[in-house]
Write a protein that binds this ligand. Structure first.
Ligand code: HEC
Ligand code: HEC
Length: 156
């Protein structure tokens, strides 16, 4: 009987502890209670420096160093190609899409932009000045090579 009473007492205690733990969960809602609308976080600004960014590896689609607001890309028109296509660059002075953008999946170079590379924003993104949510520990390949070389010369 004593045991049963203890068990009954323990149930509400368990529920209270679970509810307290739930309030501690880290969220992106800036600690606004679930039933209330929190203050909206600011939309980060887009980096619009026109300075081409470093690529972290040779095959990386380069970041877009300019704004792309209202640049339409659909079946009928592609705003990006009005500056980046082979024929447009003389006027726009934008870098031309590279030869991989003309290749089909067999690696054959076509005369026009390959459908696989038509929707530019599938691979290319703008950079924002948002604060990273987690620390970025990415190490550039040049530093990895330096490290490996240093280890090897140390071993000799
Ligand atoms: C009005 C002309 C224009 C339009 C439209 C345009 N760009 Fe650009 N883009 C440029 C120019 C010029 C540069 C060279 C850097 C600069 O001046 O911003 C550039 C740079 C880039 C780069 C960097 C290339 C590198 O080697 O680092 C990428 C990627 C890019 N644009 C993608 C796009 C995409 C995707 C769109 C469509 C959403 C687009 N651009 C629309 C003119 C344009
Ligand atoms: C499937 C992914 C993909 C799509 C879609 C794509 N790109 Fe790229 N783009 C890349 C990659 C990867 C690179 C870097 C390596 C290379 O040149 O292939 C690149 C490179 C570029 C460069 C730099 C070229 C150079 O010689 O430095 C420009 C400019 C560019 N893309 C513009 C565009 C535009 C404009 C579109 C849309 C018409 C587009 N890309 C669609 C993946 C893509």
């Amino acid at each position: 009987m004593k045991h049963l009473r203890l068990a009954i007492l323990a149930v509400p205690l368990f529920i209270a502890t679970a509810a307290a733990a739930q309030n501690q969960v880290a969220t992106l809602r800036n600690n606004a209670p679930l039933a209330e609308e929190g203050e909206a976080t600011q939309i980060p600004g887009i980096v619009n420096t026109d300075i081409r960014q470093v690529r972290n590896y040779p095959d990386q689609p380069p970041l877009i160093p300019h704004k792309t607001d209202n640049y339409q890309v659909d079946l009928n028109s592609n705003k990006c190609l009005t500056c980046h296509s082979r024929t447009a660059v003389e006027v726009s002075q934008a870098p031309m899409i590279s030869v991989t953008h003309f290749m089909n999946r067999e690696g054959q170079t076509l005369g026009a932009v390959s459908p696989r590379r038509y929707f530019c924003n599938q691979c290319h993104v703008v950079q924002t000045n948002a604060r990273p949510l987690v620390e970025n520990e990415f190490v550039d390949i040049d530093r990895v090579i330096d490290y490996v070389n240093a280890q090897q010369s140390g071993a000799d």
